[in-house]
Ligand binder design. Structure first.
Ligand code: HEM
Length: 411
């Protein structure tokens, strides 16, 4: 049983065509068809009903209305693929304590405030030179090894992983173990039991780290949380893992897929090379254009609620479709064009409302520095294979590429 079955069981039942992109960069044809039908559509599939929200205004309306619940227990209650034991394991206090991405206000609010108190401007500024160093170290290693590399293992995966280590204060000596565990969790070909085993290993690792930090706090975010709050170890463990998982694969895939998109749009690439000052806008446009969350975030309607003139009944599964909302022609002129100089607008790549991405500033810093340095330091950076040969992550909740062979000029 492949690991993504576990992920798939978290997803709402939707035809797999919804995850098959038309080409590397555009939303699935099936999703665009849905968007063409209307901003809110009822989908019947595999005996279940899902409300798909494709329009930009409607997506924002759902995400800013907490009557559309994020409560994990409501989601698990709808999963019929799980055994009772698995269900119990997923919803146990121990495994859900502190995991605020799956909570509603006021429970969510309490954790979110504690966390925003730690994501300070000061801490994010202090991280910037560390991000630069991590990015440059990986480019140095690529240059030292020759004139070609697979950008995913050489750069896109390790950079965000090390940045999260830095944020959480994972000591240098433990990084290898930590990276090995997260690398296994990211793989597709490990079974459910292996995923649970690695998850437990990661939890135990975090628990050890938290014990160490309680004894000797540092400058990092975990130490800050320990000092400034009365969170339990279970809560701290799950918060640390949430940050790790939410911040790792997302940023990694934006780095790799974003580079792929730049290489396939030579005019835009040339503009960015000419004017690195364009990087901030480029990052926003890549986030909008690529929308790496295939479909989601998902919610459960807690009452009958009207969205865009359609009544969604209480208890319904609601899936916000970020890729189509970010291509809504009622909102963006020429939505299918990748235009790095586009006026910055409210795209939904980081979500919206109370759950809007907590790590978005950090992700922006990583992408801005990452793209800028790759282009500046790898002369003549290009794809080292046919674009059609790049393996796409159409099989995962987070879209991107499995590998990206690139080459550059010898110096
Ligand atoms: C939430 C996307 C990077 C931590 C979210 C949500 C989205 C998202 C769409 C909303 C989920 C929902 O409404 O249910 C992304 C993308 C990223 C990224 C596209 C990279 C390009 C990061 C990083 C971190 C992070 C680097 C941590 C350092 C979180 C957390 C939440 C979240 C903790 C939950 C917030 C809450 O529930 O209040 N992210 N994210 N993300 N993200 Fe990110």
């Amino acid at each position: 049983e492949p690991a993504h079955t576990e992920q798939a069981s978290f997803r709402l039942p939707l035809p797999s065509g919804f995850f098959q992109r038309r080409n590397p960069f555009d939303p699935a044809a099936a999703l665009m068809e849905q968007a063409g039908r209307g901003p809110v559509n009822k989908i019947e599939y595999a005996g279940k009903t899902t409300w798909l929200v494709t329009g930009h205004a409607e997506a924002r309306a759902v995400l800013s209305d907490t009557r559309f619940s994020s409560d994990f227990r409501r989601l698990v209650a709808r999963m019929d693929k799980l055994t009772d034991e698995q269900r119990a394991e997923f919803t146990s206090r121990k495994s859900t304590a502190g995991s605020f991405i799956s909570m509603d206000p006021p429970e969510h609010t309490r954790y979110r405030k504690l966390l925003t108190g730690q994501f300070t401007v000061r801490r994010m500024r202090a991280l910037e030179p560390r991000v630069e160093k991590i990015v440059d170290d990986h480019i140095d290693a690529m240059l030292a090894a020759g004139t070609s590399a697979d950008l995913v293992p050489a750069f896109a995966l390790p950079v965000p992983s090390l940045v999260i280590c830095e944020l959480l204060g994972v000591p240098y000596e433990s990084r290898e173990e930590f990276q090995e565990t997260t690398a296994t969790l990211l793989r597709l070909d490990v079974g459910f039991d292996e995923v649970m085993r690695q998850r437990t290993r990661l939890q135990e690792f975090m628990r050890g780290l938290i014990t160490a930090k309680r004894a000797e706090p540092g400058e990092d975010l975990l130490s800050g949380l320990i000092t400034d709050s009365d969170l339990t170890d279970d809560e701290l463990v799950n918060i640390a893992n949430l940050l790790l998982i939410a911040g790792h694969e997302t940023t990694a895939n934006m780095l790799a897929l974003g580079t792929f998109a730049l290489l396939e749009h030579p005019d835009e690439l040339a503009a960015l090379r000419r004017d690195p000052g364009l990087a901030d806008r480029a990052v926003e446009e890549l986030l909008r254009h690529l929308s790496i969350i295939h479909a989601g975030p998902t919610r459960t309607a807690t009452e009958d609620i009207e969205v865009g003139g359609t009544r969604i009944p209480a208890g319904s599964a609601v899936m916000v479709c970020v890729p189509t909302a970010n291509r809504d022609e009622g909102h963006w002129p020429d939505p299918d064009v990748l235009d790095l100089s586009r006026e910055r607008g409210p795209h939904l790549a980081f979500g919206h409302g109370v759950h809007q991405c907590l790590g978005q500033q950090l992700a922006r810093v990583e992408m801005t520095i990452g793209f800028t340095r790759l282009l500046a330091r790898l002369p003549g950076l290009r794809l080292d294979t046919a674009a059609s040969a790049v393996p796409l992550r159409t099989d995962m909740g987070i879209y991107g590429v499995h590998s990206l062979p690139v080459a550059w000029d010898a110096r």
